[in-house]
Design a protein around this ligand. Structure first.
Ligand SMILES: O=c1[nH]cnc2c1ncn2[C@@H]1O[C@H](COP(=O)(O)OP(=O)(O)O)[C@@H](O)[C@H]1O
Ligand SMILES: [Ca+2]
Length: 469
């Protein structure tokens, strides 16, 4: 035991001399720890997921449950997902469901000139999300806000001011744990790879060989992503990219397995953005994709495009020609072995792409057009069904459209032929799929007898939670 110091003035060197034994005992382990920290490689989030699954953490050292709150600030609406994981990184119920999922139908980018209103549009989602996380776990529960194509396209100052207002909101209105870069525009590559993780996690594919995983396509309002696992050899031969471009191949460690993911996101080619691209390439305001009887305009990203039907009505073949021009399928030069569209490498295909899970607007429009059952979360279809449905829609007059398509929202009716043609053209001419190949349209995936949204936030939650230990 240390002796009580006597009350007298000692010089620093006297003190060091007197406590040299203690100092030696303390400094040796400290030096050792410092040495280890310096030598340890910085772990990436995906590495930590592998470590998380492989490491045995004594259960008394960690709370048995970890929550994650993920906001998806999409171009056409904001959503919040709350997940709860056990120690094995399996989802456990929150109430009677496996996730809390809520949404608004106005994206943050629609409040471009008013960052405070943008942030306030998340208040009700935040309050509900926070209320399902037990109070004592809130300060340990990561909260992320990932903004996608809407803020990506808005860019610059306006986007930064909105993100800052959202950070302020989280700080003042919640006790959840903010991460340093937790409120941000996520890049398309991240969005695509999270979507791949979500679907393959829910299907129980993580940890299997790459050839037993499924590929994903996610058609949002502003952008569309494709992601699938490729072989080591294909990854090694992937085209080099120049500065400023997104890399094509992302390396991920998941459940003890290393994957090479081919990922690409096409900004301006989401379903709502594509309407603007299609209207831009038709010579005048007359467009062969618009239902006869419509004379008006289409507003996207703060710009208004004149949009009117041709007197002879919409026509599936002519509309396909315009859609194909909008995709620049044949126009741009392909510098790689094979391209999708716009000069983008196609990833080489292979086993990781043979099974495709196609999400978001593909499912919605197929259900609205009547060839996917809206009450079942998954539908197996063929790309040609989009063309067949398009043909029927293109032949419909606007006056009859409401009765023929009761599920379609009023504002989308004039564009139904355009949307279905675009979806077919994107799959077949853009991504090069065989019109007769079976694909799976997916809204939700069944996981332990409950349904979970087939969207990227779960992939982000898995990453956030695995980085906690
Ligand atoms: O959690 C989800 N579950 C099911 N569908 C979703 C979810 N999140 C987004 N979607 C689909 O994506 C469409 C809109 O895309 P979003 O607004 O996210 O555009 P973005 O991804 O281009 O930013 C929605 O209409 C819906 O079909
Ligand atoms: Ca989205």
């Amino acid at each position: 035991m240390l002796k009580r110091p006597v009350l007298r003035h000692e010089s620093l060197s006297d003190k060091i001399h007197r406590f040299r034994g203690v100092l030696l005992i303390i400094s040796v382990p400290l030096l050792l720890i410092t040495f280890l920290i310096v030598l340890m490689p910085a772990s990436t989030p995906s590495q930590s997921l592998q470590e998380y699954r492989n490491r045995k953490v004594p259960s008394d050292l960690r709370s048995p449950k970890s929550y994650a709150v993920i906001f998806d600030a999409g171009s056409s609406g904001s959503r919040v997902h709350v997940f709860c994981f056990d120690q094995h990184l399996d989802l456990v119920p929150i109430g009677k469901d496996l996730e809390l999922f809520l949404q608004t139908n106005r994206g943050l980018s629609e409040y471009a000139s008013n960052p405070r209103d943008a942030a306030n549009s998340l208040v009700s989602l935040l309050d509900r999300a926070q209320s399902v996380v037990p109070k004592d776990l809130r300060p340990k529960t990561p909260v992320r806000v990932g903004a996608t194509a809407g803020l990506r396209a808005l860019g610059g100052d306006a986007s930064n001011r909105i993100l800052q207002a959202v950070r302020d909101l989280l700080k003042h209105r919640s006790t959840l744990k903010s991460e340093p870069n937790g409120v941000a525009v996520i890049d398309g590559t991240q969005e695509g790879s999270y979507q791949w993780v979500t679907i393959n996690y829910l299907l129980g594919n993580l940890g299997k060989e790459y050839s037993n995983t499924v590929g994903v396509v996610d058609l949002g309002g502003g952008s569309v992503q494709m992601a699938y696992a490729i072989s080591d050899a294909d990854a090694a031969n992937a085209p080099r990219i120049s500065d400023g471009e997104d890399t094509y191949v992302k390396e991920m460690f998941l459940m003890g397995t290393k994957y090479y993911l081919y990922v690409h996101s096409y900004l301006h080619y989401g379903l709502l953005a594509s309407r603007a691209e299609i209207l831009k390439v038709s010579e005048d305001s007359i467009n062969p994709c618009i239902l006869v009887g419509y004379h008006g305009s289409y507003k996207y990203g703060g710009v208004e495009y004149p949009a009117s039907a041709s007197p002879s009505g919409s026509n599936v073949d002519e509309c396909m020609r315009v859609a194909s021009n909008a995709l620049k399928v044949n126009e741009s030069t392909c510098m790689h072995m094979k391209c999708t569209f716009g000069g983008v490498w196609n990833g080489g295909g292979g086993d990781g792409q043979k099974n495709l899970f196609v999400a978001s607007f593909f499912f919605d429009r197929a259900a609205e057009a009547g060839f996917a059952d809206p009450n079942v979360p998954i539908a197996k279809v063929h790309p040609r069904e989009f063309r067949e449905a398009a043909k029927r829609a293109c032949e419909t007059k606007l006056v009859n459209a409401k009765a023929a398509y009761p599920r379609v929202k009023e504002e989308n009716l004039p564009f139904l032929c355009m949307d279905l043609v675009y979806q077919y053209t994107l799959l077949v001419e853009g991504f090069g799929l065989d019109p007769w190949q079976e694909i799976t349209l997916v809204k939700q995936v069944k996981y332990r007898n409950a349904l979970v949204e087939a969207a990227w936030p779960l992939g982000s939650a898995i990453e956030a939670v695995s980085a906690l230990t």
